[in-house]
Design a protein around this ligand. Structure first.
Ligand code: NAD
Length: 488
């Protein structure tokens, strides 16, 4: 590490930031320019052990803290994030290259909402109870007592770092767990800042810990005997590795994994509204949202209208400096990820794709050309057999495929190993409900996309995940119900 004089991004263990050594880090890179942002202190196994031990020590007292106190602290955290809003925005924009407009209106906005929503859910939660009557005339009261899961490993990706982190940390803490968080190696900053905020609002030392680093650090955590459960958001391949790591100790997992999401556009859809929604669903966050659409099935009667309209909207996106308010579209997260997406661009050509727009790397001038920029891209001419239509690409790209009737559209949309999200575009009320329900996915939207109610279940089927989070579903994952039976 050459940059020892710079400010280090530090791990946070037992209520304090750790001191890095000269050799223990890696550089955080600005994806918009390729420049070095600064060194990050990567944890080693002994630091992960310390983080888990500190969480275990803090667990009992935090679990016994009254719910009203825990939820009040979460609400103070929400207030404090709002007070320090622009610091979180700046950190998120620097790490990801996403547009400042999006960071303000989606990423950082959702963090206080996550804290408040789960404070509400946990404060209002009741317990199941049953009166049991036996044949021989005895009566008993059965009631459930929900106990915190324990020490939870929270492992998250780089695409919506603070949003996804707080989506898990808020319910975990509200339910009385202690956490060890591993943010993505690409995006260490907002998790580090969140540690400061949680300390400011009075969270006891050890309840929230952050360990930085790559997959090996994640694995130290998932294999650790002191971890009682793992909540993971990331790729399906890593999810599978996490599952193997926890299998010997049979720990619960919650998995929010990849997607290859479909949009189905019927001939009666409102054209402008649909095109605006589709453009958002394909290109938001440079296509790096697990919910993004990569397959667009369009009724033959309006195929050309949708293809032309979506091409126009792709061409109108503004790629540029992330801190410019007019920028709509940032770079991909890294050169390595851009290489992957570019390999799919080449593969699509070999698979017979016709390019409507994009397909390459834009020239944005000297300041930005060192970044991992890519052109928003649309294809026609591919079928469901193409690897580019079957595999998650995770970039600003979609294949447009025609269909002739509702059954064919449902068959095509469901012909995937994934099952995260879908959107259906139609003005026929009954068809909207029918097709949305026929989608084999965790979340279906009709005439909209990524409109979220945090109380509703979120998760995927097939390769897209295991379990659900959100509202009561989070309560179920982050607690263990135990039954008490009292003979009356
Ligand atoms: P990734 O799987 O490469 O990494 C995710 C996290 O896991 C990172 O923190 C990484 O360091 C860590 N990790 C890597 N190997 C590990 C291992 N062996 N053990 C433990 N941890 C390990 O995913 P990514 O590239 O960061 O994110 C993109 C993926 O995330 C896409 O597939 C996307 O669809 C998915 N995603 C899903 C959702 C959802 O809610 N379903 C949301 C956002 C992103």
């Amino acid at each position: 590490m050459a940059e020892t004089a710079q400010y280090w991004m530090r791990n946070f263990v037992d209520g304090a930031y750790t001191e890095p050594e000269e050799t223990s880090g890696y550089n955080n890179i600005d994806p918009a320019t390729g420049a070095t942002l600064g060194p990050v202190h990567a944890a080693d196994e002994s630091l992960v052990n310390r983080a888990v031990s500190s969480a275990r020590r803090a667990l009992t007292a935090w679990a016994q803290t009254p719910v009203a106190e825990r939820t009040a602290l979460l609400r103070r955290a929400a207030d404090r994030i709002e007070e320090r809003f622009e610091e979180f925005v700046a950190a998120e924009v620097a790490d990801t290259g996403k547009s400042i407009t999006q960071a303000r209106s989606l990423d950082v906005l959702r963090a206080p909402q996550n804290f408040r929503s789960f404070a509400d859910t946990v404060a209002a939660a009741g317990q199941e109870s049953f009166i049991t009557e036996t044949k021989d005339g005895r009566r008993a009261l059965n009631y459930a007592v929900r106990k915190p899961l324990g020490v939870v490993a929270v492992i998250v990706p780089w695409n919506l770092p603070l949003l996804l982190l707080t989506w898990k940390v808020a319910p975990a803490l509200a339910c009385g767990n202690a956490v060890v968080v591993k943010p993505s190696e690409e995006t260490p900053s907002t998790a580090t800042l969140l540690a400061e905020v949680l300390t400011e609002v009075g969270l006891p030392a050890g309840v929230f810990n952050v360990v930085h680093g790559r997959g090996d650090v994640g694995e130290f955590l998932t294999r650790h005997p002191g971890i009682d459960g793992v909540t993971f958001t990331g790729s399906s391949a890593t999810g599978s590795r996490v599952m193997s790591a926890v299998a010997p100790r049979v720990r619960p997992v919650s998995f929010e994994l990849g997607g290859k999401n479909a949009a189905v556009v019927f001939e009666d859809a409102d054209l402008d509204e649909t095109l605006d929604g589709l453009a958002r669903s394909v290109f938001a966050n440079t296509g790096q949202v697990c919910l993004c659409t990569e397959r667009v099935y369009v009724h033959r009667d309006i195929f050309d209208d949708i293809a032309n309209g979506l091409t126009e909207r792709a061409s109108a996106l503004t790629l540029g400096r992330p801190t410019d308010a007019a920028t709509t579209t940032g770079p991909l997260i890294s050169q390595a990820h851009r290489d992957k997406v570019l390999r799919y661009f080449e593969l699509a050509e070999r698979e017979g794709a016709e390019l409507l727009v994009g397909g390459g790397v834009p020239d944005l001038g000297a300041e930005l050309n060192g970044g991992s920029w890519i052109e928003p891209t649309l294809w026609t001419g591919l079928t469901n057999e193409a690897a580019t239509v079957r595999e998650e690409i995770f970039g600003p790209v979609a294949a447009l495929i025609p269909f002739s009737d509702e059954n064919e559209a449902i068959t095509l949309a469901n012909d995937t190993d994934y099952g995260l999200a879908a959107s259906v575009w139609t003005n026929d009320l009954r068809r909207g409900h029918r097709v949305a329900q026929a989608m084999n996915v965790g979340m279906s939207w009709v005439n909209t996309w990524f409109l979220r109610d945090l109380r509703s279940p979120f998760g995927g089927m097939g390769l897209s995940g295991l379990g659900r989070e959100g509202g009561a579903s989070s309560l179920h994952f982050y607690t263990d119900p135990t039954n008490v039976c009292v003979q009356l």
